[in-house]
Design a protein around this ligand. Structure first.
Ligand code: CP3
Length: 348
């Protein structure tokens, strides 16, 4: 067995493996006391753009739970800020953008994005993480990521987080041309950004279309899929693996499959049977436990984790994960129970 190639990558390729690989979205974050320790007295952006802090935070979950992947500590809005849209993060509100996209002229700042120059800290974080894990006997995979154009565009139009996406939808249906142009420049920016991440040492990347699921199948086909498809094609042409996540996207699974990513990350609103019947066997599946199971008890967490493993584990090309990011109030005893259950699960 070749231990030099991370288990998670071997699982994605459909190779014979003896254990199901796992990591979970937002694994570096506020449910970890050691994260809150570094964060104390500093803004999220201060720690994210400081390679010493971001390196340390990316390593924290691995030190505690030995996942099969490290995801670099950053945010989907990092390249947006680096391109010149001032933004900050507020405690209850999340991201707040100080400028929004209103017209064609506002798109210029996203053109000709030089990712390494704009985000030197991202290059350094990835390089340092890769150097750190490279000598490990069975090293974890190093994951980079980016937001999908649709999800990024929603922040750029709304100016922050939203429940109803009214401004975004008004733009789709009233200013269709502007929305498509914006998505197009964001796709170019994202391809450049992800290529930089591979150059800096990422083994695979995940595209977060966190809000893609607010769209009907027809509108997803018109306003999101063409752009994530273009990104996926560019990354695969470069010979690198890409995972596609569409939050609340069960009704879009057929279209996600059609984009032919290397893996699809599922949320919890779908059964394994429904997913297995819609996704080609060459595409890996990742997911899909409800993150709020981790608000329950360790005993219940073990049962729920086992159910997911039994449902998906019979398929080759499977990676255990949550259906969305881990919530800040998740109990560490429950996370421990989940991790132990995945690690000790025997493949038949
Ligand atoms: O561990 C990891 O997964 C890596 C780090 C990571 C963060 N954000 C750190 C973060 C990743 C991959 C993201 C992606 C991200 N950011 C997404 C896509 C994933 C998803 O959840 O659907 C989205 C939509 C964002 C935008 C964003 N960033 C929001 C809405 C918020 C506020 C909500 C919240 O959780 O506080 C953030 C802030 C953010 N990004 C935090 C972290 C750890 C919290 C910052 C803090 O207060 O310390």
């Amino acid at each position: 067995m070749n231990n030099k190639i991370p288990l998670l990558l071997r699982a994605m390729r459909g190779e014979q493996i003896d254990r199901i690989p796992f990591w979970y979205m937002r694994q570096a974050g506020r449910y970890l006391p050691e994260y809150n320790e570094i964060r104390r007295g500093k803004s999220f952006i201060e720690v994210m753009e400081n390679p010493d802090h971001a390196f340390e935070i990316s390593m924290q979950p691995l030190r505690r739970f030995q996942m099969d992947a490290i995801i670099m500590f950053s945010d989907i809005l990092t390249p947006i800020r680096a391109a010149g849209i001032p933004l900050h993060f507020e405690e209850k509100k999340g991201p707040v953008l100080e400028k929004t996209v209103q017209s064609e002229a506002d798109l210029d700042i996203f053109r000709n994005f030089d990712a390494a120059k704009a985000c030197p800290y991202v290059v350094e974080i990835l390089q340092r993480l890769r150097a750190e894990i490279e000598p490990l006997p069975s090293r974890p995979a190093l994951l980079g990521f980016a937001g999908a154009p649709f999800t990024l565009a929603s922040y750029l139009i709304e100016g922050g987080s939203t429940q109803k996406f009214e401004k975004t939808k008004a733009c789709l249906f009233k200013d269709t041309e502007l929305f498509l142009r914006l998505s197009d420049v964001l796709a170019d920016l994202t391809i450049e950004y992800l290529k930089m991440q591979f150059k800096a040492g990422a083994d695979a990347v995940q595209i977060f279309d966190s809000w893609g699921g607010i769209l009907s199948p027809a509108h997803y086909a018109e306003f999101s899929a063409p752009f994530t498809k273009r990104i996926i094609d560019a990354i695969r042409q470069a010979g690198k693996p890409v995972i596609l996540f569409v939050g609340n996207g069960s009704h879009l699974l057929g279209q996600m499959n059609g984009q032919k990513p290397d893996a699809i990350s599922l949320d919890w609103r779908i059964t394994a049977d429904q997913a297995l019947s819609q996704v080609d066997s060459e595409i890996a599946l990742q997911g899909n436990m409800d993150p709020l199971v981790l608000y329950g008890t360790p005993e219940r967490t073990r049962k729920e984790t086992l159910k997911v493993l039994e449902a998906f584990g019979r398929r080759s090309r499977y990676i255990f994960n949550l259906g969305h990011g881990i919530h800040p109030a998740s109990g560490l005893d429950n996370v421990q129970a989940m991790v132990e259950t995945v690690k000790s699960f025997k493949l038949a």
